[in-house]
Design a protein around this ligand. Structure first.
Ligand SMILES: [Zn+2]
Length: 211
């Protein structure tokens, strides 16, 4: 009896991990490949992303895409793959470090908004929310909206734009490609209209701004 016959008997008797792999099995596809194929055929981001999934340790897919306005108006606010990738970058590069610094949970009031939803709430098509590059949020507990806004500006974090909006929440954006401009603004209602006041990072560090 030759050695291969002996091996065959041993495998039959005791089993082997090898025996579980059929020779015609294809290697498993990467999740991203499946996602891309799904998007190509349906125009939607893959259902791989679902309620409860995390985009970063403290931020979930659900909270970054959920919208009461979308639900009320039956708008499908499912992001595409690229928009999910942008949301992940925003969470990892800005929201997560802010959350970790203040050691308090964040409440995201608005994350990704598809064009239909974005128009419904009266925002412009150029809004970074439509790309998954922006989120509006507050940090629960003691830090004020201005504290959070100022901390982002004074930190070493890279961001595209950060706006303290009406003293009620912080809007922050991050771009995966192109330059992150570090634009710092305060949004206020003046005679019922929204106005943006822009400052340099230096002005904000020196507290030369008006709330
Ligand atoms: Zn916003």
């Amino acid at each position: 009896m030759d050695i291969s016959k002996i091996m065959e008997i041993i495998v039959k008797l005791f089993g082997s991990k090898k025996s579980e792999v059929k020779s015609n099995d294809k290697p498993p596809k990467k999740a991203q490949d499946i996602a891309k194929k799904f998007e190509k055929t349906t125009g939607k981001a893959t259902k791989i992303w679902k309620v409860g999934d995390k985009l970063s340790p403290h931020f979930s897919y659900d909270e970054m895409t959920r919208s009461q306005t979308a639900e009320r108006n039956s708008i499908d606010n499912t992001p595409k793959v690229e928009q999910v990738d942008n949301l992940i970058a925003l969470c990892e590069n800005v929201l997560e470090p802010v959350r970790v610094h203040f050691k308090n949970p964040a409440t995201v009031t608005s994350g990704f908004r598809c064009i239909e939803l974005n128009r419904k709430i009266g925002s412009t098509d150029r809004s970074q929310h439509t790309k998954g590059e922006a989120a509006d949020f507050v940090i629960n507990g003691s830090p004020t909206v201005t504290d959070v806004w100022k901390w982002i500006i004074d930190s070493d974090l890279d961001f595209d734009q950060v706006i303290q909006e009406f003293g009620r929440w912080v809007h922050v954006s991050y771009k995966r490609s192109g330059e992150n401009r570090h634009k710092c603004s305060i949004a206020k209602k003046v005679d019922g209209k929204t106005r943006y006041f822009h400052y340099t990072e230096e002005q904000i560090e020196n507290e030369e701004y008006e709330l």
